[in-house]
Design a protein around this ligand. Sequence first.
Ligand SMILES: [Zn+2]
Length: 300
Amino acid sequence: MLVDSHAHLDSVEDLGTVLGHARSEGISEIITAGTSIESSRKCVEIAEQRRIGTRIYATIGIHPQDGENEIKNLGLYQCINSLIQITKTSDRVIGIGETGLDYYETGDTKQVTSKDDKKNQRELFREQVKLAVQLKLPLVIHCRNAWEETFSLLTRHNHYSSSGAKRNREVPIKKFSTSLSTMSSRPNGSNNKLTGVFHSWTGDWNAARKALDLGFYISFSGIVTFKNAQEIQEVAQKVPLDRILLETDSPYLSPEPLRGKTNEPKNVKIVAQFVADLRHLSFEEIAGITSENAGRLFGI
Ligand SMILES: [Zn+2]
């Protein structure tokens, strides 16, 4: 049993082969994350084609770098509305995201996120946080160089809505009751607090502590195996075991020693072995713990 808690199966060329590998390597579940309306629809479609072997679930959302054209064409509120409509089509939708803030800056400072871009990203992220609150679903967060803004936004919307219940009733109820009942066992002991995961963690321990205080989980991708990733490895050693998830972010971010090659969900085993070694645990222990965590967070 091992869960790849974040992959982009909609961007995979030979999906049949890749899922065959995942199945024969014992990957029990894959969560495929949407990055735009179109990609979210594709992810749900892939999750719905129930196959023998690895189970597939979808999260739906608009990535800070990915939805520009859709937002330009449809407008932000129509995009959010489309996400709501997609949740109604399938009980395989288990979260909102990938969403967040990406304040990229390249070394030569020629390419920096502009003020306008930051403003648009904030608005898009805020609407998706509100959507998670309204639908009582966990958030899948992408965060680059925007820790404080991300934390303060999450602090402002940190409780699931109770007044949104009427609207929620149109969405499959079973999913919500499952995730709500499992949330009561979450480490912070609150059963109505917004929760989710920071995917492909790249921050330091100080940022990790704040994410944990907010009741969020931390997911490690192949980046944790990179030689220059000491800060991330420190976090992977310190995070409480009941808050760790593992992922590939495939087809991107192959772990060492496959860096530079196309990534696939089966490589979550490499990430698991790496984190197990860091924590002086066995592969089976870390696989079991992180799969259980993914099950608790996403209600799967
Ligand atoms: Zn991703």
